[in-house]
Design a protein around this ligand. Structure first.
Ligand code: GLY
Ligand code: MN
Ligand code: MN
Length: 453
């Protein structure tokens, strides 16, 4: 499958253009509030700059400041600044150097441009005179490693302002939701291509290439390193090695891979059995469980409860699959479910794959701790309308965790013969991206797969 050349994923997409003004209105209101609380008059948002590898003259891939990306779909525009003053059209200092070594950003174009006062900057020294003269009334948001890039502004990333914007960013605007639906569709196309490559018996590296080809991303454009795991590699939670050769026997395939549109991510996991019916039954059972959890996502739900309840539901799966015996509370309290499912149920999703503010109780930044015994949970909040989050339960054979249960009461609750059977398959994870609604939810991932079939 070849990535289709169309304009849906670009800033020429008219339906995104129609939503952009509303997004900007929300964004400016958030920054008005942040500036007021921080006692400042202007916010200067720096896009960032590429970093050079230690003792080298090569750059790491450039990753733009997510705050900058939230204002406009400009993911590849280093050394640039957005200056926002309440009540005024935002100013964009668009850095377009005279450089024949590298590709220079083209002229600004797209649906977002008419909402900005855009000044082309050819030399970084020209930024100074375009910034508000009263630097003491400014704050900067961005990664400033070289103080000269703050142009005399002393308040860099003040917590008051940052916390307000971070907290707000966890609920998505209609514009962001439309982009994230596109990112899900893009990812689903990649997953279809990857599954076909797996069925054709290709090794991990080739499956990865088929995925990248289908989504039209280079490795650096992927929102995170693809997890393309055959057989027992599926038990390594963040497996990113990409084995070049085939395993002797192909049992299973776990793929955790996303795509991005305008810097917004999708984050999708699927697990496949090559030809083992029993493993397929277990995948199907996990799929039923995952959909039950998704169906509980709605405004007002405490995500911590969802996570702990998932452990109870997983206990039932373990019993049904004859991997363990005992009632759900015993399997939870004895650490059995955690040994099979050691990560969190999911996280907020947006410009960052693990989006900001997963622990924030309020805009002041008070943190909500994960439940005791569940330190890896990255979302501890009560769900709000238009948050986008992942639901990604898993079940793995991770020997280093299971071994810890030896000589504890949990040891007898586990059916070790079945663990030995499951080990060559690695594990199962099923991950969807879900939008929170009032008494309802939107499953971006399942919708995208349905549209892709
Ligand atoms: N792909 C990373 C995660 O699922 O959180
Ligand atoms: Mn995830
Ligand atoms: Mn994932």
């Amino acid at each position: 499958m070849i990535f289709p050349v169309n304009s849906d994923y670009t800033d020429k997409n008219p339906s995104l253009g129609a939503l952009y003004a509303g997004h900007l209105e929300t964004l400016t209101a958030r920054h008005d509030h942040a500036l007021e609380q921080a006692g400042a008059s202007h916010v200067i948002i720096y896009s960032g700059n590429p970093k050079v590898a230690f003792l080298d003259d090569n750059f790491y891939p450039f990753k733009a400041n997510p705050h900058f990306v939230s204002w406009a779909p400009l993911t590849k525009l280093p050394f640039s600044y957005i200056v926002y003053t309440p009540g005024e059209t935002p100013l964009l200092l668009y850095y377009q150097p005279r450089d024949y070594w590298h590709v220079v950003p083209g002229p600004p174009e797209g649906y977002w441009t008419r909402h900005f006062d855009i000044r082309i900057v050819n030399a970084i020294e020209d930024v100074a005179e375009l910034l508000p003269a009263q630097r003491e009334k400014c704050i900067v948001i961005g990664e400033i490693e070289d103080a000269t890039l703050a142009y005399g502004v002393e308040r860099i990333n003040p917590n008051t302002a940052i916390n307000i914007v971070h907290y707000a960013r966890s609920t998505k605007t209609d514009y962001e939701l439309a982009i994230m639906r596109l990112a899900s569709k893009r990812g689903a196309m990649g997953h279809r291509a990857a599954e076909a490559a797996f069925r054709a018996g290709l090794p991990e590296f080739e499956i990865h290439r088929a995925y990248c080809q289908a989504v039209g991303h280079t490795d650096y454009e992927l929102p995170y390193g693809n997890i393309i795991a055959l057989n027992e590699h599926g038990a390594v939670l963040h497996y990113t090695d990409l084995e070049r050769s085939n395993p002797d026997t192909c049992h299973s395939f776990l793929i955790d891979a996303g795509a991005q549109v305008h810097g917004y991510a999708s984050d999708i996991t699927r697990t496949y059995s090559f030809d083992d019916t029993r493993f397929q039954d277990l995948i199907d059972r996990m799929d039923v469980m995952q959909r039950e959890i998704v169906n509980r996502v709605e405004v007002g739900v405490d995500y911590r409860d969802l996570h702990v309840d998932t452990h109870r539901m997983l206990a039932e799966v373990l019993v049904d699959a004859e991997l363990a015996t005992g009632d759900p509370d015993t399997l939870l309290e004895s650490g059995v479910t955690t040994a099979f499912f050691p990560h969190g149920l999911g996280h907020l999703l947006g410009i960052q794959v693990h989006d900001v503010a997963g622990f924030m109780e309020n805009e002041s930044g008070t943190a909500i701790d994960p439940p005791s015994g569940h330190p890896f949970l990255r979302l501890t909040r009560v769900l709000e309308e238009n948050m986008v989050l992942t639901i990604e339960p898993g079940l793995y054979v991770i020997d280093m965790l299971l071994e810890k249960l030896s000589d504890t009461p949990a040891e007898k609750l586990i059916n070790w013969d079945m663990v030995n059977w499951l080990r060559p398959f690695g594990g199962i994870r099923i991950e969807d991206d879900v939008r929170v609604m009032i008494n309802d939810r939107e499953n971006l991932t399942r919708d995208a797969f349905a549209a892709a079939s």
